[in-house]
Design a protein around this ligand. Structure first.
Ligand SMILES: [Zn+2]
Ligand SMILES: [Zn+2]
Length: 304
């Protein structure tokens, strides 16, 4: 496969449309490209993590590890490593960024939010809360826009931790505060709004408000259907809605939505987020439609 940068052979697909060599991909990411502007997909997370590791070591080698740009690269790399499950390494890099006194204020703050997010996903909610409760006190006193955005992000993660811990009153207060903050911001990033909404839906689910969880997922899907160019993100959010429709008792609608979403995802051949989503959705769908033994072997559940 030819690389889109150097046109030489031996490249691998990093999204639906483009193949790169690792070092060519690293330079491409270094120019600030976060996802593909042609197929609108997210980049392959493993290749992205590898390319960012390469970029980070190259930047630190040339500019020194204390240089602002090297620190930004380290933060990007840590987030990418967490995304592929290399948590210990990601945590170590974030710890280093948190304890440094060099560089701009936002780097340790954003690093703390990212570390707290890793801990939340690893079910270490108490440790995550300790970081975020402390950080929120600092963020409220800062006047910059980034501090306000991180404040909302920290409230979303902390609210989700409280929800997992059964502290529903605190969870609701923080999550709705974050949502309100996003809605008042006319330049809000819609993906962040949707993520916050999905956290609220998860909170309703944990509180056993299944109908409300379903409605919240429906609104999130509605926003994505109108504004999102990445078909995988739309389909993955639809799968979350389908799951909550089933939980709320509307199995028929859920099954139809599972089928259409999986059919969208299976067209995304080089998108790992899509292939992971398919596995999960097919399992859920198979439980609901229980295909006969004869069909099970040869036919995917969405085609049964
Ligand atoms: Zn190349
Ligand atoms: Zn692409």
């Amino acid at each position: 496969m030819a690389c889109v940068v150097c046109l030489e052979d031996g490249a691998a697909f990093v999204c639906e449309c483009s193949a790169f060599h690792l070092h060519c991909f690293a330079s491409f990411l270094g120019r600030g490209h976060e996802e593909c502007t042609i197929c609108y997909g997210r980049f392959d997370r493993k290749l992205k993590a590898e390319a960012l590791e390469l970029l980070c070591s190259r930047t630190s080698g040339v500019l020194g590890t204390d240089h602002h740009t090297a620190m930004v690269r380290k933060l990007e790399m840590a987030v990418a490593l967490a995304d592929v499950g290399r948590l210990e390494k990601a945590k170590r890099f974030l710890d280093e960024l948190i304890s440094t006194s060099e560089g701009p204020d936002w780097i340790p703050c954003v690093s703390q939010v990212e570390l707290a997010r890793i801990l939340y996903h690893a079910d270490e909610c108490l440790a995550s809360c300790c970081i975020l409760e402390d950080l929120l006190q600092k963020l409220v006193r800062m006047k910059a826009r980034w501090a306000w955005l991180e404040h909302l992000e920290a409230c979303t993660v902390l609210g989700s931790c409280y929800a997992n811990m059964g502290r529903f009153v605190d969870a609701e207060r923080l999550l709705l505060f974050a949502m309100d903050g996003h809605l008042k911001d006319k330049h809000a990033c819609l993906r962040k709004v949707v993520k916050c909404m999905q956290s609220i839906a998860k909170f309703y689910h944990l509180r056993s408000d299944f109908a409300l969880a379903c409605e919240t997922h429906r609104v999130a899907c509605g926003i994505l259907e109108v504004n999102e160019s990445d078909p995988s993100r739309v389909a993955l959010a639809a799968i979350e809605l389908a799951k909550s429709e089933v939980r709320a008792g509307d199995v028929l609608t859920g099954v139809v939505r599972f089928r259409t979403s999986v059919r969208t995802l299976r067209k995304r051949k080089h998108d790992e987020y899509a292939s992971d989503g398919i596995l999960d959705a097919r399992r859920e769908l198979a439980k609901l439609i229980r295909p006969s033994k004869r069909l099970r072997g040869k036919t995917a559940p969405e085609d049964c």
